[in-house]
Design a protein around this ligand. Structure first.
Ligand SMILES: Cc1ncc(COP(=O)(O)O)c(C=O)c1O
Length: 439
């Protein structure tokens, strides 16, 4: 359980977030409901940003907005001085609507569509990260059309793979992302960029994995990437202005994961800054503009999802299910990759955990689980369950499966709350449906 910062148990024995009793939130907005804590996002974003500035100097924290793409989040992030990455026209459109400056956006994607590149260039995007051999020509054409020189980074595969506590240095070439350094594909891709008049090679990018707690993984990536900057200079006379080391910093989902504070996240940045500073000094290369792209770590733990308990099914000696009014349509992460969560009965938060239960959704899929065999208070129909750390990759992966509306999202701050994503109606739900004349 991660009761920290504004997440606490109040005098009524209820879970509170952002100074508001979650039971009141449910009364006001209904369930299922995503709630995001403004203070958490601000604290972690500030820690990342300030540490990068102090320990490194020139650089930027780019929120990996696939974690939660919403106008209010882009507004908050840009007010805090962050950049953002986007992976589609839809994310870029939302970012611009949220007031994010185009030049602070970095576009990723292993299969960017021509219309996405056109839109990005037309709107003056900061950087496009080249991730396929076809892209330079499409970018060049778009840049020519709009009379600009488009800055690009190239996504590299540095042969470092890190997930949770496992760090492996691999020669694995099988990834849909990036050009391999080892095979020489990276050299070829970068040299080719100089054939295009409307593109400027600005730098290199890598992203080594997700939910990483081993900071050495970032140190290793920094080392390999700065070595490569050196190679570009020494072998091909190419200057690299930007080094983007991606995201992937781990968060707390269950007590198996460390519970990091904003200071701990600052520690990651400190470590990365120190590794890059050391390597560039040793190799005598100009200090690149350093970008990091945290997604999950900026927003996952700001979020909880609130549900109402419905059916309680006790299969004696096997499993006890609490069916909640959400499910894989608003959090598909268990169904996708068996992710784990911790939870609390929000209106009985002060009571001890006496049960081992499985939180299951309302969808017609056996794999429609939110959390399996977790400790929880005893609950009955009508109780409120809060699942922690649902701020990243939940709303953004939601769907309408089984005719369920995507739940609204509220942001809470100092006892105030408001929608950042309003509730859908059934009218919205069918607004693009069409019955052809021939039926
Ligand atoms: C290119 C890139 N950058 C950043 C991220 C963010 O990763 P995380 O949310 O684990 O920090 C991702 C996640 O897939 C990514 O693909």
């Amino acid at each position: 359980m991660n009761l920290r910062d504004t997440l606490k148990i109040n005098g009524a024995g209820h879970l509170e977030i952002g100074g508001i009793d979650t039971v009141d939130l449910c009364r006001q907005y209904g369930t299922p409901l995503y709630a995001l804590d403004y203070a958490y996002i601000k604290k972690v974003a500030t820690a990342f940003g300030e540490t990068l500035r102090k320990q490194y100097g020139k650089g930027a924290v780019a929120f990996a907005s696939k974690a939660f793409s919403a106008t209010a989040v882009y507004k908050l992030i840009s007010d805090l001085g962050l950049f953002s990455d986007v992976v589609s026209k839809g994310e870029m459109y939302t970012a611009l609507k949220g007031g994010m400056a185009a030049e602070k956006l970095v576009m990723h994607g292993n299969n960017k569509q021509d219309y996405e590149i056109d839109y990005a260039v037309m709107n003056g995007i900061g950087y496009i990260v080249v991730d396929s051999t076809d892209e330079p020509e499409i970018i060049d054409n778009a840049a020519k059309k709009y009379g600009v020189i488009q800055k690009v980074l190239v996504r590299l595969n540095p042969g470092v793979e890190a997930h949770t506590h496992h760090l492996v240095q691999t020669a694995r070439e099988d990834s849909k992302f990036g050009f391999s350094i080892k095979s020489g594909d990276a050299d070829t891709a970068i040299k080719r960029l100089f054939d295009y008049k409307n593109i400027r090679f600005s730098g290199i990018h890598c992203h080594i994995g997700s939910q990483i707690f081993d900071r050495n993984a970032f140190g290793l990536a920094a080392h390999i990437m700065t070595d490569y900057i050196c190679k570009l200079r020494d072998e091909f006379g190419i200057t690299t202005d930007v080094l983007n080391l991606g995201g992937g910093f781990g968060v707390h989902y269950t007590d198996k994961d460390p519970l990091y504070t904003a200071e701990d996240y600052a520690g990651y940045v400190d470590f990365i800054a120190e590794a890059v500073n050391r390597n560039v000094a040793e190799k005598k290369i100009p200090k690149p503009f350093l970008i990091i792209e945290p997604g999950r770590s900026l927003i996952a733990e700001s979020g909880i999802t609130l549900y109402t308990v419905g059916t309680v099914k006790d299969i004696k000696g096997i499993k006890k299910y609490y069916a909640i009014d959400g499910g894989m349509f608003e959090n598909p992460r268990y169904a996708l990759y068996r992710s784990e969560y911790s939870a609390i009965v929000a209106n009985k938060a002060g009571e001890p955990f006496g049960e081992t239960v499985t939180l299951t959704g309302k969808c017609c899929e056996s794999g429609d689980m939110i959390a399996v065999d977790i400790p929880l208070q005893k609950a009955v129909r009508g109780d409120i369950v809060a699942v922690f750390s649902t701020g990243a990759y939940n709303y953004s992966m939601s769907s309408h499966y089984n005719g369920n509306l995507t739940p609204p999202v509220v942001m809470v701050k100092d006892g105030k709350s408001d929608y950042i994503i309003k509730p859908e109606s059934y009218e919205d739900f069918v607004k693009n449906h069409n019955i052809p004349d021939f039926i």
